[in-house]
Design a protein around this ligand. Structure first.
Ligand code: HEM
Ligand SMILES: N[C@@H](CC(=O)c1ccccc1NC=O)C(=O)O
Length: 476
């Protein structure tokens, strides 16, 4: 018997908000018992710039979690604690290697409850860190979003998180939609599957448009030099001054070194959901920096990122993994061109999103790292900080890593290349804007390479050539 199609409430997921906090995240912890935590994070920007965070955190009492009541309060506590944690670690001339019990003790309890690691994850800085300005209007509208907590107080940082929030909100309806498609595929309703996939492709296209809005209000220089240093984790951080990771001191046991990856959108359950439901498989990729790391990294990095998602979201992905049937359904219905088209359109849209993302990474990280000068200054000062993930020697390309620890471009290119066929992008886009074509004109007769090296698609309705240069500034 087939496993049941999951019910979203069981995983803390809502059809409207998807993986975002089901109710608007709390702006402050209501119990005055936590006033000192809230006071630190309310003043984080000046405290970081004047390097006073460590002193203040060291003077905090070790607060108990017994005064946290609702789920929203536990999530707010996590947000507050991870912003304090990263401020504490990265907000000085050198990173602090030891995390004091004032942070460690409550953080471990909060993390156990929420089933997240003790590091600033995507959930902490994006999913649980926003508010709709008008609560009755959608969170997918970037103009209706505000951010609760930042390190720098900058619009750039708020925007960096909010673009992801808007994407999560816009993508939320794909969750019930694809569950419907899975159910329809089980009973052979190809028409329903096709309609669901068509809607999915439209939403994926809108998500790419939202991704492009990163440029509106997040400046690449500010991102790379001011914001990004605070997002770093403790894995692969030898160059930044944490060769063994962080010592989480709980004041009771002998502190031990631990290493966690920093925040990354690879921790977004939504994007992983797209891959799983469409049957896109990511092969193992090399994320390590030496031979032993490399062999350890046989597991896909993307899969490993599930450990950084809130427990219920992680379990949801695992359960979807075991029932995803759409790719197989499309393969067994090869003779249904509308179905194939709708499926291919989804792959194309997702691939187009990854293309735009690579362009963003080249502008916000690669180009910025080339402009960086070596410096011993800390995060937030006028010079790029010594703790910058770009490393002290930015000309050494080998050391450039994502906050998640990947070697950036090879990893991202692989993820993109595993997402379908490049040559049908424009074709599927045309399909979306013009509505479905008839079966004969829609079927591709040839995908090949033009003599000048461009990709060429010969369809029955004409020839389309891709030069892959649309808006690109770096070619890989
Ligand atoms: C300035 C903005 C951004 C930069 C610089 C950036 C950078 C990166 C980097 C370096 C990685 C590699 C993993 C790691 O080591 O961390 C990554 C992964 C990823 N990012 Fe971004 N990112 C940005 C914004 C976004 C946004 C808004 C999205 C939302 C769609 C996104 C989606 C992803 C996904 C899904 C992955 C995992 C790889 C994949 O599935 O293709 N990123 N990002
Ligand atoms: N991986 C990115 C950081 C990143 O994408 C990210 C980090 C924390 C929270 C959200 C993130 N992505 C968001 O838009 C980097 O290496 O800079």
């Amino acid at each position: 018997m087939l496993p049941p199609v999951p019910s979203l409430e069981d995983y803390g997921i809502s059809p409207e908000h998807g993986f975002l906090s089901p109710e608007s995240p709390l702006e402050v912890l209501p119990d005055p018992y936590y006033a000192k935590w809230e006071a630190v994070v309310a003043n984080l920007q000046p405290l970081l710039l004047s390097k006073r965070v460590r002193g203040l955190v060291d003077r905090l009492p070790i607060l108990s979690t017994t005064h946290l009541q609702t789920d929203a309060e536990w999530r707010r506590a996590y947000v507050v604690l991870v912003f304090m944690l990263h401020g504490y670690v990265w907000g000085g001339d050198r990173p602090a290697e030891r995390v004091p019990p004032q942070l460690t003790v409550p953080l471990f309890e909060v993390c156990e409850r929420l089933e997240v690691p003790p590091v600033a994850t995507y959930a902490g800085v994006c999913l649980w860190n926003y508010k709709p300005i008008f609560p009755d209007e959608p969170a997918s509208d970037l103009d209706n979003l505000a951010c609760l907590q930042t390190f720098t107080g900058s619009l750039d940082e708020q925007w960096f998180y909010l673009v992801s929030v808007a994407i999560e909100a816009r993508g939320a309806p794909t969750i019930p939609l694809m569950l419907q498609a899975i159910s329809a595929a089980r009973v052979g309703k190809a028409g329903v599957v096709t309609e669901c996939l068509q809607q999915m492709a439209e939403i994926l296209d809108e998500i790419t448009a939202l991704l492009q809005r990163m440029y509106d209000n997040c400046d690449p220089y500010i991102f790379y030099n001011r914001i990004r240093p605070y997002l770093a984790g403790s894995k692969n951080m030898a160059d930044a001054g944490l060769p063994k990771g962080l010592l989480y001191d709980d004041g009771r046991n002998q502190p031990e070194y631990r290493q966690y990856g920093g925040g990354s959108n690879a921790q977004s359950s939504l994007i992983q959901f797209f891959d799983i439901v469409l049957g896109i498989e990511h092969r193992p990729t090399g994320v390590g920096r030496n031979a032993s790391d490399e062999s350890k990294s046989r597991h896909s990095f993307i899969h490993d990122m599930r450990a950084y998602m809130p427990g219920p979201h992680r379990r949801f992905l695992e359960d979807i993994d075991s029932i995803a049937n759409i790719r197989a359904f499309v393969e067994t219905h090869r003779a249904d061109p509308a179905l194939r088209l709708a499926y291919d359109a989804c792959l194309s849209m997702l691939r187009a999103m990854r293309d735009k993302h690579i362009q963003i990474v080249s502008r916000y990280i690669i180009l910025q790292s080339r402009g960086a000068r070596g410096s011993t200054h800390s995060a937030g000062s006028d010079q790029p900080p010594a703790t910058n993930l770009a490393t002290a020697n930015p000309t050494d390309k080998k050391k450039l890593r994502g906050t998640g620890g990947t070697a950036l471009i090879p990893f991202l290119k692989q993820a993109r290349d595993e997402t379908g066929e490049p040559a049908i992008d424009a074709w599927a886009r045309r399909l979306l804007s013009n509505g479905p074509m008839d079966a004969a004109s829609a079927s591709l007769s040839k995908v090949g390479e033009h003599p000048d090296g461009h990709l060429e698609v010969v369809g029955l309705c004409g020839t389309w050539t891709a030069d892959d240069s649309e808006g690109g500034i770096c070619h890989w």
